[in-house]
Design a protein around this ligand. Structure first.
Ligand SMILES: Nc1nc2c(c(=O)[nH]1)N[C@H]1C(S)=C(S)[C@@H](COP(=O)(O)O)O[C@H]1N2
Ligand SMILES: [Mo]
Length: 199
């Protein structure tokens, strides 16, 4: 991989890469609520909805023809494991702004995934340059367990924000807690501040 084309997530340049309360792992556990959806890409649709000038739907071919970018990042799961040095490849969240005009009133996004899963982010966290809709991890297509065909990756927040099996993004004026955020997890989830749970 040509290093010049890779966005390095800012956390990867810290001298201490492991946030407080985390342990380094070499494996990659599969964690999620419910069962693994088997997604048929010929029927898959990505929907950009909410506070945009006009909503857009893309099929898998259209989505995968968007410009691809590479991101180098760490993973921090709220259950305590961290996996360093991941290469992701996919569509930058910023490239969506070439497809839709996001209205100024949009301050939050809700990411939608298969089976009704959601997660929420501020528009500024969503459009950070290291955030992408990943199709590949370390050069390989995602496995079904890790979110095939498309998952969001938000490198600088706990990994529950990195929704697997995504189906779209909705722009909103008000924040709305997603699935894990409504089940006791923190609304934002910065691992360096140990924003694990809401009390
Ligand atoms: N669609 C969906 N995405 C999800 C989840 C989920 O339950 N459903 N769980 C999140 C949580 S809690 C974690 S820790 C990561 C785990 O990703 P991995 O299985 O690739 O390690 O996926 C996140 N994305
Ligand atoms: Mo998690």
């Amino acid at each position: 991989m040509n290093d010049e084309n890779i966005v390095h997530s800012l956390d990867t340049s810290r001298s201490e890469r492991i946030p407080p309360g985390q342990q380094k792992t070499e494996d990659w556990p599969v964690l999620h609520y419910g069962s693994i959806p088997r997604v048929d890409v010929s029927k898959w649709t990505f929907t950009i909805s909410g506070l945009v000038e006009s909503e857009r739907k893309l099929n898998f071919e259209q989505f995968t023809s968007l410009p691809q970018e590479k991101v180098f990042s760490d993973i921090h799961c709220v259950t305590g494991w961290s996996k360093l040095n991941n290469y992701w490849e996919g569509v930058s969240t910023r490239s969506l702004t070439d497809l839709v005009k996001v209205l100024p009133a949009a301050k939050f996004v809700l990411i939608h995934a298969e089976k009704g899963f959601t997660t929420n982010l501020s528009v500024s966290d969503f459009f950070e340059p290291d955030v992408l809709f990943a199709l590949k991890h370390n050069g390989e297509l995602l496995t079904p367990g890790h979110g095939y065909p498309v998952r969001l990756v938000v490198p600088r927040l706990y990994f529950w924000k990195s929704a697997k099996w995504v189906t779209g993004v909705e722009f909103m004026a008000e924040d709305k807690r997603g699935f894990w955020e409504s089940h006791g997890y923190h609304n934002r989830g910065d691992p360096w501040l140990e924003e694990r749970y809401s009390h």
